[in-house]
Design a protein around this ligand. Sequence first.
Ligand SMILES: [Zn+2]
Length: 389
Amino acid sequence: MAKTPDAAMALCMKVWKAAVARAREEIADMQKVADAEKAGHKIEPWDYRFYAEKVRKAKYDLDQNEVKPYLQLDKMREAMMWAAGQLYGLSFVQVHDVPVCQPDVTVYEVMRDGKHAGLWYFDPYARDGKQSGAWMNEYRTQENLQQPVAPIVSNNANFVKASGAVLISWDDARTMFHEFGHALHGLNSSVHYPSLAGTSVKRDFVEFPSQLNEHWLTTPEVLNKFALHYQTGAPIPAALLAKVEKAKHFNQGFSTVEYLAAAIYDLKIHTAPADKPIDATEFEQRTMKEIGCPPEIVMRHRPTQFGHIFSGDGYSAGYYNYLWADTLTADAAEAFAKAGFYNKQLAKRLYDSIMSVGNSIPPDEAFRRFRGRNVDTNALMRDRGFPVG
Ligand SMILES: [Zn+2]
């Protein structure tokens, strides 16, 4: 979607400056802690996580164990489905006459306006031999080529099965909404050609619907209805939510700098003149110097272990794509924050211009149809708590 290396680099450098400034504040906070403890040294890269954790405890004290009793796996699944009903008019009815690979897997018929719209498989539990992590899969792609074919998609996770309520962390709840966003991208697809359906979009666009869907977890409608204490049924307290919200900005300088240093290096080495050999070490040192990478932070993937820059064309120079998708997400989320997250008109526009079109419309055009203009990169700066320059 970025179209040119220059466009990708321009976004990276815009965020870079603010991220470095924030990282310097974080380093100063850590240095204060080290000095108060009479550590007698300057913060070095190998000290970063140790002191960051001390700062986190002091400034952003969020205990995940306080949050977990309010986040039941089943309730979060219901919450995702409920929000999808509000936004896209989808309803989910569990069915038992569809084969599953494992008895833990549940299947839901997805209906839109009373009509069959697809199947959603949910495979939440860890077991021997299962891939780790959480992901969305597509078993059958939507198409309308010769006849209408409805999509069949799945969400998969690795929660530990319990005899009672399965309690999950805030990050896990967010991941569930994220992966369900990919599933909704597949389920809402309404295109002619299967090769253009659902999630078959550009890499710097595919994380946009999923990241955007994370925002519905934090809506009061979802939290008050579904984030209920597993024993008392009380909704999650506002004071606890405020802590969760505050913790969002913790270490944003570090994580953005660490990521962007790698993304910028990636773009630079892919656009370097190919007429003479590149000394990888010298190139890395020169690049970090040129962009002014704080010496306290090491790039997330140094060249010697930056697997995907050498592992085929799936990524190539595309590590920037997370930042690009974050930008689209932040800007779209601001539109919902303004209109209301359950605003029917805006939800319909999201469906019409983004969720249903797959790759049948160029992504920049799709975004313009949704937002009425090009993406505003300042939205990302606001989302990360960086000053807009
Ligand atoms: Zn994703």
